[in-house]
Design a protein around this ligand. Structure first.
Ligand code: ADP
Length: 549
């Protein structure tokens, strides 16, 4: 039998089609940016597409060839958006670098990716001047500003001005067609241990991710939305929002360097933002600011919170006090980053607010395209009963197969079959498919052979009125191997005692899971992506002796 082939057009899934679509169908829909130079910049999708074409011409004029890497060190802003589309759209690869990495690591990732051009915001000029001698592949340095803001003197050789590069080109450029499996962008994991590792996305993976992200049970994006990604464009493509916004033709608001509560609140209000996404620490700052000043949001309706566990107390405040729908999401760099999102099913509609809250506290259900399983240490799959915890593994068209330049594949098999990506997270999955992360496998606290979830301990601490932020870590114990130690940052002005905090755990978890001790600190160490740096915290407290030891 000869198979009948489908007789449909062969059109590769290419990132350039997103901005072309937005320029045609949402031509006058605005893109508003806070600039690193100060002030607001406004234009629209038609303007963004024209300037992206001009920048694609400029990259070609600099001698860039398909596959060349364009490094960026930049905030969320319109020039960064143009570089996203100009580079990927013309067959170059956009390598977004996290400026919060250590300077040595920044140089390391730029060299590892082999960046030929480095584009950066004014904020990062001193950083780039400092690391330039270590950069082995960069031929062109582009300052993402206009002539008026170019420095009078710099140690960088041949520093180019972004606006001059764009201004020289006429924009008569056709987006090229090529294989959809071509690399589109690179993002490195934060590398809290060892070197960062590069995830290389393709046009195909980015496009399928953008479609899936826009689904109603995922982020649910639409042309009626005003989207403000607080999540940085320098890490995992701001969770794909620059792509999803173009796909649906939404207004996009880019907050630049000003991510404090006051600046964000003012921008949310002045641009009438309806939808946002960010890590919990960002919402902490914003909520502190609006609570302290007795303010309300007039347009903000929905937000995605992920990157680390959303504390239930924050979920509750946003929903109940501010009427904001919270979409708790889980993902990682290696997943482009979207994995699961917590959105209710029809059957949850009849439940009480408290029952719904418990569902929404979980990290949620897999988006179509992503398959997940939990496994034991022999790689055997475990039941979806909401109780059994195992190592979380995933697979799908926007999950990496390997890391850039590393020969060994990280993939594992489940029940002896197939290839799955081991996430390093420990989770349960309930019969409705809601996944809940209990820990990073390396952060699990093992007490007398039983596991204690550090996330549970942190969530309870953060539901105490006097706690600003908390982290639970394992502390060595002669009898139990490890026992939990809570490290807490008190809220300004709060009189918080060790006893009242430990008392707060009573009745909320089994008594043997309650931390053995509390240490108060002024601030917790954070990683480059805003998560609590547990490794550093464990180092800082390695000599701590528990009262029970
Ligand atoms: P890095 O910290 O190296 O930049 P990612 O930003 O990709 O890595 O972080 C991925 C990890 O963040 C996940 O494996 C998981 O441990 C954690 N994470 C992400 N979202 C959540 C969430 N909603 N709840 C708990 N943990 C989360």
């Amino acid at each position: 039998m000869t198979a009948l082939r489908g007789q449909m057009m062969q059109m590769p899934l290419l990132i350039s089609s997103l901005i072309q679509h937005a320029a045609r169908h949402a031509a006058d829909t605005e893109i508003v940016s806070k600039c690193a130079e100060g002030g607001l910049h406004r234009y629209d999708w038609a303007g963004a597409e024209l300037r992206s074409r001009q920048m694609a011409q400029a990259f070609a004029r600099l001698g860039c060839m398909p596959g060349d890497r364009i490094g960026t060190l930049a905030w969320n802003g319109y020039r960064h958006l143009e570089i996203y589309y100009a580079s990927s759209g013309s067959g170059l690869v956009c390598h977004t670098i996290n400026p919060r990495l250590h300077p040595e690591q920044i140089a390391w990732v730029a060299n590892d990716a082999g960046d030929r051009v480095l584009c950066f915001d004014l904020t990062f000029l001193p950083l780039v001047e400092k690391i330039a001698p270590q950069l082995t592949s960069v031929e062109h340095f582009v300052l993402m500003t206009d002539r008026a803001h170019m420095p009078a003197a710099t140690t960088l050789p041949h520093l180019l001005c972004y606006e001059e590069l764009v201004g020289q080109e006429n924009g008569r450029y056709r987006w090229p067609q090529f294989d959809e499996n071509t690399a589109s962008s690179i993002c490195y994991t934060s590398g809290t241990t060892g070197h960062p590792k590069g995830a290389v996305y393709s046009h195909r993976s980015a496009m399928l991710h953008a479609y899936a992200a826009a689904l109603p049970d995922a982020m649910g994006c639409s042309a009626r939305e005003v989207m403000l990604p607080v999540v940085p464009m320098f890490h995992v493509n701001a969770w794909g929002m620059p792509y999803s916004a173009a796909l649906v033709g939404a207004k996009l608001v880019l907050p630049g360097p000003d991510l404090d509560g006051k600046s964000l609140y003012e921008l949310f209000e002045s641009e009438q933002v309806t939808f946002s996404a960010g890590v919990p620490t960002v919402w902490l700052g914003l909520l502190n600011y609006i609570s302290a000043n007795g303010l309300r949001f007039s347009s903000f309706k929905r937000t995605v919170i992920g990157g680390s566990a959303c504390p239930p107390a924050m979920l509750h405040t946003l929903r109940q006090d501010f009427g904001i729908e919270v979409i708790h999401a889980w993902g990682m760099t290696e997943l482009s980053p979207m994995g699961t999102l917590s959105r209710l099913k029809a059957k949850h509609a009849v439940q009480s607010a408290a029952q719904q809250q418990r569902v929404l506290e979980k990290q949620g259900r897999a988006v179509f395209g992503l398959d997940m399983a939990i496994v034991d240490d022999q790689g055997r799959s475990l039941p979806w009963d909401g109780q059994t915890a195992g190592d979380l593994v995933v697979r799908g068209p926007w999950v990496i197969e390997r890391y850039l330049g590393l020969p060994a594949s990280p993939l594992v098999s489940v029940d002896g079959e197939g290839e799955w990506f081991p996430t390093g997270d420990v989770a349960t999955i309930d019969p409705d498919g809601f996944m809940q992360i209990t820990d990073r496998s390396k952060d699990v606290i093992k007490s007398g052979g039983e596991w204690i979830s550090s996330i549970d301990l942190e969530n309870i601490a953060m539901s105490h009125a006097g706690v600003q932020e908390a982290a639970a870590i394992a502390c060595p114990h002669p009898k139990w191997d490890e026992r939990p130690l809570l490290v807490a940052v008190p809220k300004p002005g709060a009189a918080l005692s060790r006893e009242s905090l430990l008392e707060h755990y009573r009745g909320k978890i089994a008594s043997w899971q309650i931390p053995d001790d509390v240490v108060f600190v002024e601030a917790l160490p954070h990683t480059a992506t805003g998560k609590v740096h547990k490794l550093r915290l464990r180092e800082q407290l390695k000599d701590h002796v528990l009262p029970t030891a």
